[in-house]
Write a new protein. Structure first.
Ligand SMILES: Nc1ncnc2c1ncn2[C@@H]1O[C@H](COP(=O)(O)OP(=O)(O)OP(=O)(O)O)[C@@H](O)[C@H]1O
Ligand SMILES: [Mg+2]
Lengths: 251, 354
C-alpha cells in the first residue's frame, strides 16, 4: 500500500532474485518503526538503504535477519518464506548480519571472533581456508589475530565484524553502518573490500547514513523515511536526484 | 602451524573413550568413602562439611547462569526451596516404606536418591517455566522474575499445610551424608566443567560477550540460555534436597532473599565465570562465620558476640563485596580457573590454558 508513494528513478539492472521484502511492519510496543517496507536484493547485487536517524534502517535489517519478528508483511529469501524464521535458522541458509555498532566479542581474540563467525559450519578445512581468505582481505587482522577484539581500533573492529560475518559463507551480507565513527580513509578501505567481496558473488544490503559513499558503491538504493520507503533507484540516479542531494548530501 | 579453526576438545589421555566419563566417578568413590568413615564420629564436622558442600553446589550452579552466560539470576534460594520441600515431603511420605529385598540402610538410600532426583527435577521444571518467558527477552527481566519467584515460593510454603507453613517441616529422615553431598558436588562441578569445554560453553561465552552479535552468528541464544538456566535450577534443587535431609528442620527462613544474595556474593567473589572460584568462595564464605564464632568463643565472648555472628554475617559479606569491587572487580579468579592463576612456581601442566 505504501508502495504507491515510492518515487522510482531510472532503470534497475537485472539480477536473479535473492531477497524480497514485502510490506513489513515492525512495532516496538506502541511505536511503529516500520509502516510497510518493501525492497528486493538480487543475487550479486549491492543495495543501499539510506535514511536519517530513526528512519527504521536498523529495524529493517533486524527483521530481514530474523532478529525481530515483523508484525505484518512477508520476507522471502532464496525462494523460501523466511518471515518467521529466527537468526539461527537463517544463518545456515546464507544470511549474515554485521550488526550496528560492530558487536565484536570484546574479551575474545580476533581469531576466536572469526571462529564464531563460522559457528554453524562443520567443514573444518573449509573454515580454515576461509580464515586465510579473510586474512588476505584484511591483512591487519592477521597481525592481530591473538589480540583481544575489545582493544582493536574502531576501524579494525569494523573489519573484524565484516570478516566474521563473511565466515558464515553468506549469500547475502547485511551491513549496518560500517562507516560509523571511522576516518574517511578507513571507510574507503572498507568499501573497497566490500567491492572485492561483492565481486566473489556475495550480495550486500548496506545500511548507511553516509549516503554519498553508499550510493556510489551500490547498484540500487532505497531511501527510507520514518518507516517508509519514499524513493528508489539505481545508486547513481539517486545521487543525482535533487531531493536526495538536498536531504542527505547537505546541498 | 596455525591453531585449528574450531578447537575440538582433544582426548587428553590414553584412557579408552568408553571409560573416560566413568573413570573420574570410579576414582572419586573411594575418596568419598574414606571421607565418610573419617566423619562418622564427628557430627558437627560432618554437618559443617555438608553445608559447605551444599553451598558449593549452589554457587557452582548459579555460576553457570550468572557467570558463564552473563545473565543475572537473584532467586537461586527459590529453586533450592523447591528441591528441599518437594523431596522433603516425598521422603516424609515414604518414611515407612522399604524395599524388602534390600537391607534397610540400602533401601533408605535408594529412596533418598529418588527423592533427591524428584526434588532436582521439580526445581528444573520451575527453572524452565521461569526461564522461558524471561530469557527470551534481553535485559534485566530475569533478575526481576527470579526475585519474584523466590518470594512466591516462600509465600506458597508459608501458606501450605503440607509444607508445614512458617513453622517448617521436621522429621524428614536424616539419610544424607557428607559422602552423598560431595558426590553431588562432584557431579555439579563435572557438569559445569563439561559445559565450559564444550560447544555449549562457547555459545554461552558468546552470549555473555555480546548477545546481539551471538544471535547474529547463529547462536540460538534463547535455547542456550534456557538450557543453562534449567541445568542450574536442577542443581539448586538437588542442593536443597540434600540440605533437607541433614538438617533437623527446614522452614521458609532458610530460603529467603538473603540466602539468594549469599550465593550471588559467592559467585561474584570467586569471579563470574570461574567454577573453581565459586568453589573457593563458597567454602570460604561458609566457614567464615564458623571461624568468627570460634574466634569470639576463644576470646571469651561466649554468649553475646558468638551468637551475633549470624546477624553480622550479611554486613560482613557486604563489606567484603565492596572491598572486592574496589580492589579486584573481576573477583578472585575473573573468568579463569584456579590453575590459570596459581603462581608460576607451582608446576601445573594445565596452567596457561585460558
Ligand atoms: N528496541 C527498541 N525499543 C523501542 N523503540 C525502538 C527500539 N529500536 C528502535 N526503536 C525505534 O524505532 C525507530 C527506528 O529505529 P531504527 O534503529 O530502526 O532506526 P535507524 O534508521 O537505524 O536509525 P540510526 O540511523 O540512528 O541507526 C526509532 O524511532 C527508534 O527509536
Ligand atoms: Mg540504525
Amino acid at each position: 500500500m505504501s508502495d504507491a508513494q515510492v518515487k522510482t528513478l531510472g532503470e534497475r539492472q537485472a539480477f536473479p532474485p535473492l531477497l524480497s521484502v514485502d510490506g513489513i511492519k515492525v512495532h516496538y510496543g506502541a511505536i511503529q518503526a516500520l509502516k510497510g517496507v518493501s525492497l528486493t536484493v538480487g543475487k550479486g547485487e549491492v543495495v543501499a538503504l539510506i535514511g536519517a536517524n530513526g528512519a527504521g534502517k536498523t529495524s529493517t535489517l533486524r527483521a530481514v535477519s530474523g532478529m525481530l519478528k515483523p508484525s505484518a508483511g512477508r520476507i522471502q529469501f532464496n525462494g523460501h518464506d523466511t518471515t518467521n524464521m529466527k537468526a539461527h535458522q537463517l544463518v545456515p541458509r546464507g544470511m549474515a548480519h554485521a550488526p550496528e555498532g560492530r558487536g565484536v566479542f570484546p574479551n575474545m581474540s580476533v581469531q576466536e571472533n572469526l571462529e564464531l563467525g563460522a559457528y554453524l559450519r562443520t567443514d573444518t578445512s573449509g573454515i580454515q581456508q576461509d580464515l586465510e581468505k579473510s586474512f588476505t582481505l584484511f591483512p591487519v587482522l592477521k597481525e592481530r589475530r591473538k589480540q583481544m577484539a575489545g582493544t582493536l581500533s574502531g576501524g579494525e573492529q569494523q573489519m573484524l565484524a565484516i570478516a566474521r560475518a563473511l565466515l558464515s559463507k553468506p549469500q547475502l551480507l547485511l551491513l549496518d553502518e560500517p562507516s560509523l565513527g571511522l576516518a574517511p580513509q578507513v571507510t574507503e578501505a572498507i568499501f573497497r573490500t566490500l567491492r572485492e567481496v561483492n565481486a566473489t558473488g556475495v550480495s550486500v544490503l548496506l545500511v548507511e547514513q553516509n549516503a554519498h559513499l553508499a550510493l556510489n558503491a551500490a547498484h540500487y538504493g532505497y531511501v527510507l523515511e520514518t518507516g517508509e520507503v519514499v524513493m528508489a533507484g539505481p545508486g547513481k540516479a539517486l545521487l543525482e536526484s535533487a531531493e536526495v542531494r538536498r536531504a542527505y548530501l547537505g546541498e | 602451524m596455525e591453531t585449528p579453526a574450531i578447537p575440538v576438545p582433544e582426548a587428553r589421555s590414553a584412557v579408552p573413550a568408553s571409560l573416560r566419563g566413568l573413570l573420574p566417578v570410579l576414582l572419586a568413590l573411594p575418596v568419598l568413602a574414606l571421607f565418610q568413615w573419617l566423619m562418622s564420629d564427628a557430627p558437627f564436622a560432618s554437618y559443617l562439611l555438608s553445608v559447605v558442600g551444599v553451598n558449593i553446589i549452589l554457587a557452582v550452579s548459579l555460576n553457570i547462569v550468572n557467570g558463564m552466560t552473563g545473565q543475572f539470576s537473584i532467586g537461586h534460594a527459590g529453586f533450592m526451596a523447591v528441591g528441599a520441600y518437594i523431596s522433603g515431603v516425598l521422603s516424609l511420605n515414604l518414611k515407612d516404606v522399604a524395599l524388602s529385598f534390600l537391607p534397610v540402610a540400602v533401601s533408605d538410600q535408594v529412596f533418598f536418591v529418588v527423592s533427591l532426583l524428584v526434588g532436582g527435577l521439580a526445581a528444573a521444571l520451575c527453572g524452565f517455566l521461569v526461564g522461558l518467558p524471561s530469557l527470551r527477552l534481553r535485559g534485566d527481566y530475569l533478575a526481576i522474575v527470579t526475585l519474584g519467584f523466590g518470594e512466591i515460593i516462600r509465600v506458597v510454603v508459608q501458606n501450605t499445610d503440607a509444607f508445614g507453613r512458617a513453622l517448617g517441616l521436621s522429621g524428614i529422615p536424616q539419610t544424607s551424608s557428607p559422602a552423598m553431598v560431595y558426590f553431588w558436588v562432584f557431579l555439579t562441578v563435572l557438569v559445569a566443567r563439561r559445559i565450559t569445554g564444550s560447544s555449549h560453553g562457547r555459545s554461552l561465552w558468546a552470549i555473555r560477550e555480546d548477545e546481539v552479535a551471538a544471535e547474529a552468528m547463529g547462536v540460538d541464544t534463547t535455547g542456550y540460555k534456557v538450557r543453562a538456566f534449567v541445568i542450574s535450577s536442577f542443581f539448586a534443587g538437588i542442593a536443597g534436597a540434600l540440605f533437607a535431609h541433614f538438617v533437623p528442620i527446614i522452614n521458609p527462613g532458610s530460603f529467603t532473599f538473603v540466602k539468594s544474595m549469599e550465593i550471588v556474593v559467592m559467585v561474584v567473589l570467586g569471579g563470574l565465570g570461574s567454577t573453581t572460584g565459586a568453589i573457593v568462595a563458597a567454602t570460604f564464605l561458609t566457614l567464615l562465620p564458623e571461624g568468627m564464632r570460634s574466634l569470639f568463643t576463644l576470646l571469651g565472648a561466649e554468649g553475646s558476640l558468638a551468637q551475633k555472628v549470624d546477624q553480622i554475617r550479611m554486613p560482613v559479606y557486604g563489606l567484603l563485596l565492596v572491598a572486592l569491587m574496589l580492589a579486584r572487580p573481576q573477583g578472585l579468579f575473573g573468568t579463569k580457573e584456579i590453575w590459570d592463576v596459581l603462581p608460576r612456581w607451582i608446576p601445573r601442566k594445565r596452567r596457561g590454558l585460558a
